[in-house]
Design a protein around this ligand. Structure first.
Ligand code: ZN
Length: 233
């Protein structure tokens, strides 16, 4: 009896609250989920993975060593990518991150860009934000990539040791210096001669990513490639 009522309620719910695309807000067709086909095709890709020395990679020059750096989309204010990120970060829709991760990994894989990755690591969220949000949006993206790639996500090896939430008031250099002290890599030996895919949601100045890469650069034979959902110019 309870099951019948539950099914009935779920069907009724689907009529009044049908699934919509998180990027454009239009109704999803059968077989589509999270993002509609139109949006998947039309979202503004960077295609950075096709270019060695692309502008994202150049932002790390003189700071840290990265093998490659690429972002799935360009971030545009009030655009669909911002809408997706907003759903992922502030509206409790971790599935958006997983979906984007698996879509991006499939594209990168088809061009053989992730074949020598050993581990996937997400930039950790600070405890306070984790408590409010309930999940780390970058880790959702990492999980999506991992599903597609069949490679492990290491969740506890890169840790945040100090809050840096007030850094918006600081200068660019101060910010770089500040974030450099907030991360720590544990079990460093596991990364010797390994290639890590380090992932984050959006890359803007790249200072957070650089601070983490710096730590892996100190480990013998450790290589780092960076992948983000979006790149803000
Ligand atoms: Zn759409």
């Amino acid at each position: 009896m309870f099951r019948i009522i539950k099914t009935y309620l779920l069907d009724a719910f689907a009529i009044f609250y049908p699934s919509i695309c998180f990027a454009c807000g239009e109704l999803l067709f059968k077989g589509e989920n999270i993002i509609c086909t139109n949006c998947i095709v039309g979202l503004p890709r960077t295609n950075f993975h096709r270019f060695q020395n692309n502008k994202m990679e150049k932002q790390f020059w003189g700071k840290v060593m990265v093998e490659h750096a690429f972002a799935f989309f360009y971030f545009q204010k009030r655009g669909k990518v911002q809408r997706l990120l907003h759903s992922l970060k502030y509206r409790k829709n971790p599935e958006v991150g997983v979906k984007l991760g698996s879509l991006y990994a499939a594209e990168l894989q088809s061009e053989n860009k992730l074949s020598n990755i050993d581990f996937i690591i997400a930039i950790p969220l600070h405890k306070k934000k984790m408590k409010i949000r309930g999940y780390n949006q970058s880790l959702c993206f990492a999980e999506g990539i991992a599903q597609q790639l069949n490679k492990p996500v290491l969740k506890n090896h890169l840790r945040r040791v100090k809050n840096n939430s007030t850094q918006t008031k600081k200068s660019r250099f101060e910010r770089f210096k500040n974030v450099a002290t907030v991360f720590k890599v544990i079990k460093q030996d596991e990364f010797k001669n390994k290639h890590i895919l380090l992932v984050d949601d959006v890359m803007t100045t790249g200072s957070t990513l650089a601070a983490c890469v710096q730590l892996f650069n100190k480990i013998e034979g450790c290589k780092v490639t960076i992948a983000t959902i979006a790149y803000a110019e």
